[in-house]
Design a protein around this ligand. Structure first.
Ligand code: NI
Length: 249
């Protein structure tokens, strides 16, 4: 069930049976010459929608832009300042708190968002406590990067022969290809790719280390078929995680 395609009455009825919601977050940034700019948010959205179907969860509007400072030397990449992102996510979540939502499962497609998402959650907790005092609602937020778990990683290794943990991995590019054929590109890349190393500093440093934008990845063998299979694995995993999250004491 998608919030954007629900009426306020439908959301009201949903709130009578659940206080949980899935929020897809990602980025708009380069993903090598093969992956499209929207890969991270397209993946998060597609998996969130499928997850929502599996566990009868409402899915909020996708946050399509995130923290992409180190990709800014590549044309088309867009970034928010961390303070903007914290403010945006805090307002997004607090708006829903006003309506009675208490469990926020942020299904994130972009690792660069993680620390800033956690800062936003800290802001949410502080604001809720100050607003409600000891009568405060039990608001909880959790960010999960969709492929950063043993189950999705094992499936990615099986289907693509490579880790999903790099940038522009065949795994993440495949899921975007499964979402829409308009996201499919074919290209021959240099055979060598930079190994997994996140010790870069600024955007110029990133470009020097990773000239075609990849980190420990080769998306040449990405396909919509692989993406569709990974999507099912990821959605089943996150449906289970979501259920545990909203039922936890
Ligand atoms: Ni990505």
């Amino acid at each position: 069930m998608r919030l954007a395609q629900s009426t306020y009455e439908e959301v009201g009825r949903y709130l009578e049976r659940s206080r949980g919601i899935i929020l897809p977050t990602g980025s708009t940034e380069q993903h090598s010459p093969i992956g499209v700019m929207g890969t991270d948010h397209i993946d998060a959205e597609t998996i969130a929608w499928r997850t929502g179907d599996l566990c009868d969860a409402l899915v909020g509007p996708t946050v399509t832009i995130g923290i992409s400072e180190h990709h800014m030397t590549f044309p088309g990449s867009i970034t928010l300042r961390p303070t903007t992102y914290i403010a945006f996510m805090t307002d997004y979540i607090l708006s829903l708190v006003e309506h009675g939502f208490e469990r926020f499962y942020v299904l994130n497609g972009h690792g660069g968002n993680t620390s800033t998402l956690n800062a936003a959650f800290a802001e949410v907790y502080t604001t809720v406590r100050r607003r409600f005092g000891c009568a405060m609602p039990d608001v909880r937020a959790k960010a999960m990067k969709w492929f950063e778990n043993d189950i999705c990683e094992a499936r990615a290794l099986e289907l693509t022969g490579h880790t999903a943990l790099g940038h522009a991995s065949a795994a993440e590019v495949s899921v975007a290809q499964a979402a829409d054929p308009a996201n499919i590109r074919k290209a021959k890349l240099e055979p060598d790719f930079a190994p997994l190393d996140h010790t870069f500093y600024n955007s110029a440093d990133f470009r020097r280390r990773f000239p075609d934008g990849r980190i420990e990845s080769n998306p040449e063998n990405a396909s919509p078929e692989i993406g569709a299979a990974l999507l099912e694995t990821a959605a089943a995993f996150h449906a289970e995680q979501y259920r545990a999250f909203i039922l936890a004491d």
